[in-house]
Design a protein around this ligand. Structure first.
Ligand SMILES: Nc1nc2c(ncn2[C@@H]2O[C@H](COP(=O)(O)OP(=O)(O)OP(=O)(O)O)[C@@H](O)[C@H]2O)c(=O)[nH]1
Ligand SMILES: [Mg+2]
Length: 374
């Protein structure tokens, strides 16, 4: 699928950089930031836009969402010039903006840009990837700022995107690993996400073609246009390879595949933890060696996903790959309606600010900024 990825702010830029590292043939990418230094490290992205250069001297907005939004508003012409040239050259089927919801530049700028893109390119859906922060080990004031930004920007985003894919860094924490740096963890999240998304977005383009082709139109149908929120589940197991019997791994049969498909929507396997029941749509991609893509197991796995998500018909595509050492299932669940994780964040912010819910200044009800008011 031809995607124009726009990375807004630091997290967004690095995620876009990881994505472009996966598939340069069909992906194109642009990085936007208020911080000059953060643009320089993105080796896979040629098109980089520094906004707010005069106001901020290339030093960022320091987690201020409103400032991020106002800088973006003033920089629309500058951003749209580059984007327009890219759209003409690459003819993307969707535009996908990624950013950290807990910061200022990407959180505040993305929805302003999304609003403009939707006005200008009426036939191209605009999706978001919103990264939620992991706050383990953060000092209280920083935690409060990250979480309140997340709650506030998610609320703002929800009015402007055709779909928002949520990615919670907290889902990637490894409690037993103590030596991983924050930077190392970010990198792991970014690579993981880029790999998963690329599997989904390129499944339909495999040659020779799969038995069931998961095309661009299926991706778009799953994501929809009405501002749904989505999460992606991923479950993968290493298989035993006969020529490398000493490596272990499992001998995948139909039961194993069915279980992998079912476990792909376990809460801890989702990019954003949610109760998937009551979702609006879902799609399953099974990636594995052709001889392991058992039709019967896939049919049963799909039925199980339909029960779990309560989606009438789960879309499906396969990704045969003779060289893979894994058997994996990836499930996009869209139109989710369990936002307990966000409610927990709101409560935590109130706790940290020591204020009652009614007079807390960070509740989303009090948010008045929007593209027309900034
Ligand atoms: N998954 C992932 N998360 C990141 C990465 N970098 C930062 N984050 C998270 O995203 C949040 C937002 O941070 P940034 O992207 O740095 O913010 P920004 O958009 O550059 O905004 P300002 O720096 O405040 O102007 C951080 O609190 C982290 O939780 C990354 O590379 N990957
Ligand atoms: Mg930054």
């Amino acid at each position: 699928m031809r995607v124009l990825w726009i990375g807004f702010g630091q997290a967004g830029g690095k995620i876009t950089n990881a994505l472009l590292g996966m598939n340069r043939r069909v992906y194109s990418g642009i990085a936007i930031n208020t911080e000059e230094a953060d643009l320089s490290g993105l080796g896979n992205i040629r098109e980089k836009i520094l906004i707010g250069k005069y106001a901020l001297r290339g030093r960022g907005v320091g987690s201020d969402i409103d400032l991020g939004a106002s800088i973006a508003e003033k920089s629309l012409a500058q951003m749209m010039d580059s984007i327009d040239a890219m759209v003409r050259k690459r003819d993307p089927e969707v535009i996908w903006i990624s950013a950290g919801l807990g910061g200022g530049t990407g959180a505040g700028g993305s929805f302003v840009l999304a609003n403009e893109l939707k006005k200008v390119y009426k036939h191209i859906p605009v999706y978001g990837i919103g990264v939620m922060p992991s706050v383990t080990g953060m000092p209280n004031d920083k935690e409060a700022l990250n979480l309140s930004n997340t709650v506030k920007s998610f609320e703002l985003w929800s009015h402007y995107f055709n779909n928002i894919l949520l990615v919670d860094n907290g889902q990637y924490e490894q409690p037993n690993v103590t030596r991983e740096s924050v930077e190392g963890m970010f990198q792991r999240v970014n690579e993981n996400l880029a790999q998963t998304l690329t599997t989904v977005l390129s499944a339909g383009e495999m040659r020779p073609p799969p038995q069931e082709v998961f095309s661009s139109s299926e991706v778009k149908a799953t994501m929809g246009l009405i501002g749904d929120v989505s999460t992606i589940g991923h479950c993968s197991e290493e298989i035993r390879i006969k020529s490398q019997f000493w490596r272990g791994g499992m001998e995948p049969g139909t039961r194993e595949l069915e279980s992998i498909i079912e476990r792909s929507v376990d809460k801890n396997n989702l990019t954003f933890p949610t109760d998937v029941s009551g979702a609006r749509s879902a799609s399953l991609i099974v990636h594995g060696r052709p001889e392991h893509l058992y039709t019967q197991a896939i049919a049963l796995g799909r039925t199980r996903l339909e029960e779990l998500t309560t989606v009438g018909k789960v879309r499906y595509g396969d990704y045969p790959d003779r060289r893979t050492k894994y058997l994996s299932a990836i499930t996009i669940v869209s139109g989710i309606n369990d936002f307990t994780r966000l409610d927990q964040m709101k409560k935590r912010v109130q706790e940290l600010n020591g204020s009652a819910p009614s007079n807390s200044h960070i509740t989303t009800d009090s948010v008045v900024v929007g593209p027309s008011t900034v």
